[in-house]
Design a protein around this ligand. Sequence first.
Ligand SMILES: *Cc1c(COP(=O)(O)O)cnc(C)c1O
Length: 378
Amino acid sequence: MKLKQRLFTPGPTPLPEEVRLAQARQIIHHRGEEFARVFQEVRQGLKYVFQTGEEVLLLTASGTGAMEAVVANLFSSGDRVLVVRGGKFGERWGEIAAVFGLEVISLDIEWESAVNPDLIRKKLAKDSKIRAVFTQLVETSTGVVYDIEAVAKIVKETEAVLIVDAISGLGAQPLPTDRWGVDVVVGGSQKALMLPPGLAFVSLSPKAWRLGENSALPRYYWDFKKAKKAQEKNQTPYTPAVSLICALRESLKLLKEEGWENVLARHAKLAQATRKAVLALGLKVFSKVPSNVATAIEVPSGIDPKKLRKIMRDEYGVDVAGGQAQLAGKIIRIAHLGWMDASDMIVVLSSLEMSLSKLGYPVKLGKGLAAAEEILGE
Ligand SMILES: *Cc1c(COP(=O)(O)O)cnc(C)c1O
């Protein structure tokens, strides 16, 4: 039999039936009335999940496209910015900013750690020329979640804007955009929002829009002002990924039916169960402040993470992520992100136990599962 394939990667994530079927329908025209109705509903739904009263811009791009668009719309060459670099995605903010000629001050932190908000306070206090702080909500490459509430409190007191890549974290960790005062939030479709890759989202506070007024960087496709103006008429400036937007309407409906608080609580519970299982198996959680997006597990010495992932994939149809960059030979990451429930976690944890056992790691089969079930069965 061909194995069933199950994704436990921190993007893309599995798709609910409603989302899959929405994309199978005949295409509609993006200048027609039906699209405008769909788009109006989607705009409301995005405000609900971003927890903001501001317009959430929808871009046809992967998450990185929206990250680049933020830089291109808010800054000018030579602007000084502070970039938290605690993993692959923090580095990406720095790379994009550098490409556009910004002056990047890096705040480098150890990859298993969260950023200490006090370090940001100190940098901002010393240097009033810093126009923005770039960070992640969850640094997916390390599995670490940052304390954005504390960071926002600090940045709010300054002239700088806070720009948060919440592409993986949105839906897995609380991020009340307006209440915390986060100026820019970037989201993506293929994570907790249960969609295929291809859409990205950006919310901007009035302070962020004001910063954009002075921006002199070139942009055409990415123009936020054009996008906002079009969206207010339930349009997009250019042909968007229409089928993905129809699918987005379905996923937003599902999230709203479940209730945002419940979505967050579900992610928290699945993550907690996974961590408990990992510890019960005598393994170590890599992240010092582990997120609800994915659990990064230190692979015990003598076990090759590539081989472990291959057995999980080839024998049990379970796809988990490896480590990126310097973490490649060190960790695996089990995502509990998006359309996931308790039974899914039993499947992935069981395949982990069996695969570790096959590689000669001394595991008492069922020990991790028992620990997880105590949480999942509550
Ligand atoms: C997935 C992800 C991205 C976006 O990557 P794309 O491949 O461009 O969609 C950016 N930041 C974080 C933290 C992510 O998890």
